[in-house]
Design a protein around this ligand. Structure first.
Ligand code: NDP
Ligand code: KPL
Length: 313
């Protein structure tokens, strides 16, 4: 089947675990996808193409269009935005040559502040918030490694409308075999992920252990539970429609994860890369303060990881 004609040209800003994996699936389905990358990873993409190793099916795409200069790519219909939170504003600014008035930017960054930050840089009208559920990383230059079975995108307009641009992106995902959901309440979807991710990221990074041992040890399980309860309190204060009993569903989700599952922030810590601490646990501390709430577990996590935040020198 020919790919949906509405999204003729797609650019991936940040060809890492998330952008590389989902961008590769879209390209394999026949879409015109350009990959923005840098360093040795870009060199490998240019010389050897993009490889994805995944339990859902490997891909070896060569050649691929890859560049560190968005002006070389020019205006596109959609952008998949997936850089780390610390690169948000600089990468958003670099998207300008990719924009025409109707270009949509789908952001799959973690946290609950991504769309607002990108919107402030390039105009809110371009931005569609989204959530990625996947564990993927750059295993070597040009190679994305996906672990586990989870690989899902959730996206939607902030006002809940089923817009043409979201329908078109959903069609592209369908054609590419990407598990996806066009959400009628993306703000809730962002919080649903955030109340899982921030505790998991914080506790896996802090303990340097995957979820298996953390959930089996009474003390670390309690820390995870406290971090979840605090995140839910902040979500509720921010207006997310969820009850305190949501904590049971989150702990059940942790119990269902593969024991060896960790978080992208723990992976960054291991590799000496900068941490997304300010946008995850740090964001909960900031938002809690705004509502007069105390979040001691997240405060402690941010304090304990502070010296690793910028990555290894
Ligand atoms: N990895 C995962 O499993 C998941 C991650 N997420 C979220 O998705 C977002 C992206 O994470 P992830 O895919 O892991 O990130 P990665 O670090 O794997 O990939 C981001 C890539 O973008 C590159 N990059 C950053 N800025 C620019 C720029 N201005 N120009 C060109 N290239 C640039 C980075 O290069 P360099 O390495 O040189 O910095 C890197 O190669 C994060 O917010 C993360 O929390 C969400 C769900 C799961
Ligand atoms: C927990 C996980 C793997 C879920 O998608 C994630 O988002 C991350 O580690 O950044």
């Amino acid at each position: 089947m020919a790919p949906d004609p509405t999204l003729k040209r797609i650019a991936v800003m940040g060809t890492g675990g998330v952008g590389g994996y989902f961008g590769a699936r879209l390209k394999a389905a026949g879409h015109d996808v350009s990959f923005i990358a840098r360093g040795a990873h870009l060199d490998a993409l240019k010389t050897s193409g993009l490889t994805v190793a995944s339990p859902l099916g490997d891909l070896a795409l060569a050649p691929v269009t890859a560049s560190n200069d968005p002006a070389e790519i020019g205006p596109v219909d959609a952008i998949v935005f997936a850089v780390k939170l610390g690169d948000t504003e600089s990468a958003a600014e670099r998207c300008r040559p990719l924009l025409k008035p109707e270009t949509s930017l789908f952001t799959f960054q973690n946290g609950v502040e991504s769309a607002a930050r990108i919107g402030a840089a390039i105009g809110a009208e371009h931005v569609v918030p989204g959530v990625a559920y996947i564990a993927a990383t750059i295993a070597a230059p040009g190679v994305i490694r996906h672990t586990g079975q989870m690989a899902k995108l959730v996206f939607g307009e902030t006002d809940g409308r089923a817009s043409a641009r979201c329908e078109a992106f959903a069609a592209a995902c369908r054609e590419a075999g990407i598990d996806h959901e066009l959400s009628g309440d993306i703000t809730l979807a962002l919080w649903q992920k955030f109340i899982r991710l921030a505790p998991l990221a914080g506790v896996t990074a802090l303990t340097r252990h995957p979820v298996g041992p953390i959930r089996e040890n009474a003390r670390t399980r309690a820390l995870l539970g406290e971090a979840v309860a605090e995140a839910i309190a902040v979500a509720r204060a921010e207006g997310a429609a969820m009850g305190r009993e949501e904590a049971d569903a989150v702990l059940a989700w942790f119990d269902g994860l593969p024991a060896e599952m960790t978080s992208s922030m723990a992976g960054d810590l291991e590799r000496g890369k900068p941490l997304e601490l300010d946008g995850l646990n740090g964001a909960l501390v900031r938002l809690a303060e705004r509502h007069g709430l105390d979040v001691p577990a997240h405060r402690f996590i941010t304090q304990a990881l502070e010296l690793q935040k910028e990555g290894a020198a």
